[in-house]
Design a protein around this ligand. Structure first.
Ligand SMILES: [Zn+2]
Length: 572
């Protein structure tokens, strides 16, 4: 599932607290220790949907070797290769590009073109040493010849800075004062400043010397973009962090006492140009043909997302992080990062002590995404394996789709629904599984065996909602459906936060199945050892049975609600 808000998570509180926890001891508390191993030897999978098969598959798919499956990376290539091998082995029909199981997305990795230092007068400045350029996209302006102006001080807003009109066409240098603790700060709000000074040639933040090594490394990583998303962007200023010597060369002297709006009489020569190369980003798409000669031309789509958010350069102790989040951030990345109170620290230490009895400290930097969305991805494989081996095939065809780049902004589902490989009108419903392997009472309020959040199931088709509930009653174990996240205007906005919406915007009825958020959401602790494989197996079986029921209806699911504008903003 995608983050609800784009924030550069500070992690500062967390890092400090995790460091202080390392090696501490306190009174023991009883906390359930993880019962599942860190590694699991794969077993051959069977025709049925079983907890054991799901476990085998998820320990492969969310293994550290997959490097967090971020779109554009080798880990993404490797994890989608596993899915492709499996659907090929099962004998499903390919439904990607030119007879393959892959639909490639026009995703590009952008890196700074080499050999282009910036000069001011006779001084030459080198990228990554003297300045750190940020990629503001293919529409970012070139900086050559732009006159330099002092923009003022960034104090978390634009109140002590020059106006957008003064900045137009200029190379704007902005100072960042020290923080309240007297320590130098480097952060400035790139999206806000880019938006505010949209007509500037460049925005240079004079804070590179204050930037820590980890942030430098993270900000130097290439950006990955979907071409379609870039095309909508208007021309933008270049953006860079510069060292103090470079700032002083630009401004012709010290920033101390300088008045905002002062022109330095100098100009920059050189270029900040980023080259784009195609990066791996692929939907995996396969079809089980329907058994009815007429109805096989219609599809029941079942989806999950194959990507996650990669890895970072800032390893933390796994159990310290988990103990901290259990108390301070029970919703993981959906909850704000903040310091723990004294009382909370005592609880965190207690939890950590009990975890220490199971594992020694271990550093972790890979976002394995076992639940998000390893759970949906392996469930989809199990559904495929079960239907391939069923004696009677569904009447309509089943379309299995593993979307790429969900975490980047629903890229794969947006691209597929805009460029469908089967006629869009032939898709009668889309059943989306994202994060379906948890739902323990410790994870989510009201959780427990059979707990499942259902979202969107009546937003286009009342009949689909009724069908899901009817099928659930025929399952061998009972479900506890939680509808609260489907409420209009719900602050979590789940209806807009996963791939199903890209189908719904075209009037295709959807159901979003999820066991909900938890402390490991978008954390390096989202791992296979914390998944409830019985729960995952029950949800996968339900989704399969809903798909089969919809595929065998003697009529197409009735759409009785208003369709949204396919190119408008999602509204829950
Ligand atoms: Zn996610």
């Amino acid at each position: 599932m995608i983050l609800s808000r784009f924030s550069s998570s500070p992690r500062a509180f967390l890092i400090a607290i995790v460091a202080s926890l390392m090696g501490t001891r306190s009174r023991a508390q009883s906390v359930a220790s993880p019962a599942l191993p860190l590694k699991h030897a794969p077993q051959p999978t069977t025709a049925d949907i079983t907890p054991a098969d799901l476990m085998t598959r998820l320990y492969i798919f969310s293994d550290d070797s997959m490097q967090g499956r971020r779109v554009g990376t080798e880990g993404h290539r490797r994890s989608t290769a596993y899915l492709e091998r499996e659907v090929r082995r099962l004998g499903l029909l390919p439904a990607g590009d030119s007879g393959t199981y892959f639909q490639n997305l026009p995703v590009f990795e952008r890196t700074l073109a080499s050999g282009q230092p910036l000069s001011v007068g006779s001084s030459i400045f080198r990228p990554w040493a003297d300045y750190l350029p940020r990629d503001n996209g293919p529409t970012a302006r070139e900086v050559n010849g732009a006159p330099v102006i002092f923009g003022g001080f960034w104090t978390n807003d634009t109140s002590s800075m020059i106006s957008p009109a003064q900045a137009a066409g200029k190379f704007v240098v902005i100072a960042v004062p020290d923080g309240p603790d007297g320590r130098p700060r480097w952060q400035a709000n790139r999206p806000l400043l880019t938006q505010y000074y949209q007509q500037a040639a460049a925005i240079a933040i004079a804070s590179l010397d204050a930037m820590d090594a980890t942030s430098r490394q993270t900000l130097a990583e290439p950006s990955v973009d979907l071409q379609a998303a870039q095309e909508r962007t208007p021309p933008l200023p270049a953006f860079l962090y510069v060292s103090r010597p470079m700032a002083e060369a630009l401004l012709g002297g010290s920033m101390r006492g300088l008045t905002r709006g002062k022109m330095s009489g100098r100009a920059v020569t050189g270029s900040i140009h980023f080259d784009a190369i195609q990066a791996p980003a692929r939907n995996v798409i396969a079809i089980l043909p329907g058994s009815d000669p007429v109805l096989k031309g219609e599809y029941v789509a079942i989806g999950a997302h194959n990507d996650h958010i990669g890895f970072n350069h800032d390893p933390v102790d796994h159990d310290s992080l988990r103990a901290f989040n259990a108390v301070v951030r029970p919703g993981g990345e959906d909850d704000p990062d903040r310091p723990a109170s004294t009382v909370e620290m005592t609880r965190i230490r207690g939890i950590l002590d009990s975890l220490r009895r199971v594992h020694p400290p271990r550093r972790d930097s890979i976002y394995n995404g076992a639940d998000d969305d390893g759970s949906g991805s392996v469930a989809l494989l199990e559904i495929a394996e079960s239907l391939v081996n069923a004696p009677v095939k569904p009447k309509r065809s089943i379309l299995f789709i593993w979307h790429a780049g969900e975490e980047e902004g629903l890229w794969g589902s947006e691209y597929f629904t805009d460029h469908p490989t089967v006629p869009r009108d032939s898709i009668v419903t889309e059943l989306n599984m994202d994060m379906i392997g948890r739902g323990h009472p410790d994870d989510v309020k009201g959780g427990g065996s059979g707990y499942l959040q259902l979202i969107g199931l009546r937003r286009l088709s009342s009949e689909l909602g009724d069908l899901v509930e009817a099928v659930a009653k025929t399952e061998p174990t009972s479900f506890h459906f939680d509808y609260q996240y489907d409420a209009n205007g719900h602050p979590q906005q789940y209806y807009c936060r996963s791939d199903h919406y890209e189908y719904a915007r075209y009037g295709i009825p959807i159901v979003f199945f999820s066991t909900g958020g938890h402390r490991d959401y978008h954390q390096v602790t989202d791992e296979a050892e914390y998944i409830d494989y019985d729960q995952l197996s029950r949800v996968a079986s339900l989704v399969r049975d809903v798909a089969v029921r919809a595929a065998n209806l003697d009529h197409r699911l009735l759409v009785d609600k208003r369709k949204p504008d396919p190119h408008g903003q999602c509204v829950q």
